[in-house]
Design a protein around this ligand. Sequence first.
Ligand SMILES: C[S@@+](CC[C@H](N)C(=O)[O-])C[C@H]1O[C@@H](n2cnc3c(N)ncnc32)[C@H](O)[C@@H]1O
Ligand SMILES: [Zn+2]
Length: 178
Amino acid sequence: MKGARRARTALIEVRYSAIHGYGVFARRQIRKGTTILEYLGDRLTHSQADARYEQKESRDNHTFLFTVDSNTVIDAGVNGNEARYVNHGCDPNCESVKRGKRIFIEAIRTIRPGEELAYDYQIQRDADDPHDIDEIFSCRCGAPGCRGSMLVEREVKPRPTRAKRPQRPANGRGGRRG
Ligand SMILES: C[S@@+](CC[C@H](N)C(=O)[O-])C[C@H]1O[C@@H](n2cnc3c(N)ncnc32)[C@H](O)[C@@H]1O
Ligand SMILES: [Zn+2]
């Protein structure tokens, strides 16, 4: 329309991903350091998350849970936003950042239009994991240096991460879910 200002193109869009299911893609260039999304959803205690996913099959690797700390889990499967569709990558262009009790997805390099957003889930390991846990959580990110697993590398210091299944963290540091 003549004289009308063009609406600014949205920063991201959700669509099918070659990695898994839906993914989040840049619609325009995103500069390094940009806070792209907040990871939103129901905020639960670990006990509440355990109860909510009590029936979840232990070999089901699909999770929208994000452990904030030893008290709080965000369940993006309920009241979540686009952040829940950001897939894991082993050579990611984003990272998850904890600010207070909130989690944000930020660009760690310049992201080109059309590029899929990804961050390293660093899903924590538990003592009672089955022997084939890396297979259950196998990674299909396609990066040349893909480590083959969405789980944290053993030597990496734990930080606020995704989780694989409801389970109260034994170490009190937050850690893993899913
Ligand atoms: C928060 S969801 C991400 C969105 C997901 N693609 C969807 O459509 O629901 C997280 C789940 O996506 C899958 N996923 C994400 N990144 C993956 C990857 N690099 N390789 C394999 N599966 C992945 C896993 O099942 C994981 O638990
Ligand atoms: Zn990978």
